[in-house]
Design a protein around this ligand. Structure first.
Ligand code: ATP
Length: 465
């Protein structure tokens, strides 16, 4: 298990401006979270890193940004209206609601519970003597299917109102645009379509901070291919998925693959594997990699009446492409990056908390810190700050003692600090040489004198190392 406790992360996130409880001044809204000034930088960096990795740096993937509100027929076609449900169990003693399958999984493991029939959930909870997490009684009502889609309505007058859904996944926005992308981007198979965006699920038991929320962001690719090619492509996407997390700076010791067994697999999937992370409460899904056959496109053909066939110009063969889906949770990836980056060490006998983010996702890359607020020093520091901020997300901070400012930068994971002292401006104080600054590295705590002329180049090199 990750050594970092969730409480440490939640409190650091609030204190330093990564993540705040949603609507807090109104007493909050259960399990909603807002990203603060540092958190939004981290999340945007994760999204950019993902987009660069899966779209910009590949010739075979293009992007879309589809609407959250879609024609309700989409969700009939995808199966979400009839099947996107979890088994809800009421505790008869305290009236609290829980997800029956998750309670069973906690005791018996995912494999044992996969595919359990609705009617078997409550008898099994009773047989295993599983207690209500709220009141400790074993007094379960019969399990009911609970559809996770949020409903809303569209239209300005009551008689024209139409019930629609907030999308529960971004994938369907890709499938319904398959034909448009094919015609406009002129891609040949195999190719992928990527999307980052919000999804909404009325989860019965959200929790564990941002791990399970009702509003969250997904980063998904639907990778289309001919049926004969999926077995060759799947391992390539598997390798790329793992590499994504490694490059993001996640310790591979805290990651593992878990393959779904037959009971857990969707009826249209012949192979699904998840990448899981060792969260403080145990292993949990970060990303799914599912071979989905051509189920989705076929369903949309059936429900829309439009042909979604692809013409192979070499063989003159027409077919509906198959698809492999790498599906990432953005907020779960950010949470993983926070947990994995958290380190404690000791500096001069004092505990130091340091977030060791990979430079690419660190919210602030460089902090410029004048040693005092004397005008000449702050003027020089501002010049250096302006030079660096043209290239990187930087912060300028002249408040409090230098020790406290270093501590703050360590806690938000800034890889480099530039200190400007009196030596820099030519006043001999036994510290820096004239026109030199001190560059401090977050992880090694190494400090070196760097000529201002070379600063940009040195910083660039260190951030790309
Ligand atoms: P879980 O079993 O945890 O409910 P899932 O198998 O339903 O997840 P998918 O439908 O495969 O999840 O969604 C793809 C990704 O979206 C997941 O791997 C996860 O990272 C993320 N995700 C799904 N549900 C949530 C949620 N409620 N809150 C935050 N992220 C989520």
């Amino acid at each position: 298990m990750s050594a970092t406790s969730l409480d440490q992360i939640v409190s650091l996130c609030k204190q330093r401006g990564f993540i705040f409880p949603g609507s807090e001044i109104y007493g909050g809204l259960a399990n909603t979270w807002d990203y603060g000034p540092v958190g939004v930088e981290l999340k945007n960096n994760v999204k950019k890193f993902w987009w660069d990795f899966w779209v910009t740096n590949r010739d075979d993937v293009v992007g879309v940004d589809a609407a959250i509100l879609m024609n309700p027929r989409v969700w009939e076609a995808s199966g979400h209206v009839s099947n996107f449900a979890d088994p809800l169990v009421d505790c008869k003693a305290c009236k609290k609601r829980h997800r029956g399958d998750k309670l069973l999984e906690e005791k018996l493991g995912v494999e044992e519970v996969a595919g359990i029939a609705l009617a078997d959930v409550t008898p099994r909870l009773i047989k295993e003597k599983i207690k209500c997490p709220d009141c400790g009684k074993v007094d379960w009502a019969e399990a009911k299917q609970f559809n996770l889609m949020f409903k809303t309505s569209q239209g300005v007058t009551e008689d024209s109102e139409r019930e629609i859904y907030m999308r529960p996944e971004t994938a369907q926005g890709i499938f319904v645009n398959f034909k448009n992308v094919l015609n406009s981007a002129r891609k040949r198979l195999p190719f992928g379509i990527a999307q980052i965006g919000k999804a909404f699920r009325n989860e019965i038991t959200p929790g564990n901070f941002t791990f399970r929320t009702r509003e969250f962001e997904q980063m998904e690719v639907e990778y289309f291919c001919a049926e004969k090619d999926w077995k060759k492509i799947y391992p390539e996407l598997e390798k790329a998925s793992w590499e994504f997390f490694e490059k993001l700076g996640i310790d591979p010791k805290n990651l593992r693959w878990r393959q779904h067994d037959d009971a857990e697999l969707s009826h249209y999937s012949a192979l699904t594997k998840d990448i899981e992370y060792k969260f403080p409460w145990g292993w949990g899904e970060l990303q799914g990699l599912a071979y989905r056959s051509n189920y989705d496109l076929k369903q949309h053909e059936k429900f829309s009446g439009e042909s979604l066939e692809y013409l192979d110009t070499e063989t003159n063969e027409k077919f509906v492409p198959h698809c492999i889906e790498p599906s990432f949770g953005c907020d779960r990836t950010v949470l993983t990056a926070l947990l994995d980056a958290y380190h404690e060490d000791e500096v001069n006998g004092e505990k130091r908390v340091v977030m060791k983010f990979a430079p690419a996702i660190a919210p602030i890359k460089v902090a410029v810190l004048p040693l005092s607020r004397k005008e000449q020093l702050t003027k020089k520091s501002r010049e250096i700050y302006d030079m660096l901020r043209a290239e990187f997300r930087c912060e300028y901070d002249e408040t409090q003692s230098i020790g406290k400012r270093y501590r703050r930068q360590d806690e938000i994971g800034t890889p480099l600090c530039v200190t400007v002292d009196f030596g820099t401006i030519g006043e001999d104080d036994g510290q820096s040489k004239k026109d030199h600054v001190t560059l401090r590295e977050r992880d090694s705590l190494k400090q070196e004198a760097v000529p201002i002329k070379k600063l940009l180049e040195v910083v660039k090199k260190k951030l790309s190392a």
